[in-house]
Write a new protein. Structure first.
Length: 251
């Protein structure tokens, strides 16, 4: 069950080359302001870091998995976004950016001081993801998920002065430690690691088409009562608040 270093190297390379989604809310954990110590819990496949693509801002619907980006399925929304980019106007590009799929990252964690709550899922952004990949590939720490000799991580979360969104810093503990106090507790904990494929509802292309049709119909109704520039300005504001909305979902 050791971490798969080849997978970690591939993930880091893919990340560098590239330059809520309806889940069980109680299963998720998000850091609070200040410091929290966590432990990344190992998974059977040797890859504790999962990534998914979500669509947001489709009417009043919550974020949902992108059929195209995640599963290679037909995706009416993806096609619509492409058509907006191809249209090439400032307004169409703003709307395309608000609707395009966004990547999110997840890992199973044990929160120190809250061990009784069991394994939970931490959702984080690209910068934290890159930092975690660099950390697990650092030979000074070895396998940070090792149940007997792994490394706890100190998460410092907060909004620096002048920043628009909170930021996350990750510091590994200097000393290694066991995941739990006993082998029995460790065994029971590992059995709690969730099946990530069950965390988020998978929409069919037909369901996405229905949501898109309802969204566009609502847009047409809105256009009859307000100027088009106001409509797109609202969409732009929604785009800027995506990270905050996602954080609220995980909370």
């Amino acid at each position: 069950m050791a971490i798969d270093m080849d997978k970690m190297r591939q993930k880091l390379a893919a990340l560098n080359n590239r330059g809520n989604g309806g889940g069980n809310k109680e299963m998720f954990w998000r850091p609070q302001d200040g410091e929290t110590t966590i432990r990344i819990v190992p998974t059977q496949d040797g890859d504790p870091f999962k990534d998914y693509w979500f669509h947001y801002n489709v009417g009043n619907n919550p974020g949902f998995l992108s059929p195209k980006k995640n599963f290679g399925d037909d995706d009416p929304l993806d096609s619509f976004v492409r058509s907006l980019f191809n249209e090439g106007t400032d307004d169409s590009i703003k709307m395309a950016k608000s609707l395009m799929a966004r990547q999110r990252f997840f890992a199973p964690v044990l929160v120190r001081g809250e061990e009784e709550k069991g394994v939970r899922v931490w959702g984080f952004g690209k910068m934290a993801y890159q930092e975690l990949l660099s950390l697990v590939l650092n030979p000074d720490y070895g396998d940070i998920t090792d149940v007997e000799d792994g490394t706890d991580l100190v998460i410092n979360y907060g909004k620096p002065p002048g920043a628009q969104f909170p930021q996350t810093s990750i510091t590994p503990r200097r000393r290694s430690s066991g995941l739990t106090k006993t082998k029995k507790e460790t065994k029971e904990l590992l059995e709690q690691v969730p099946d990530f494929t069950d965390l988020f509802e998978r929409k069919t292309p037909e369901q996405v088409q229905t949501m898109l049709d309802e969204f566009l119909l609502g847009e047409e109704d809105a256009e009859s009562s307000s100027k088009e520039s106001t409509r797109y300005e609202k969409k732009s504001e929604e785009t800027n608040s995506v990270d905050k909305a996602f954080a609220d979902f995980l909370g």
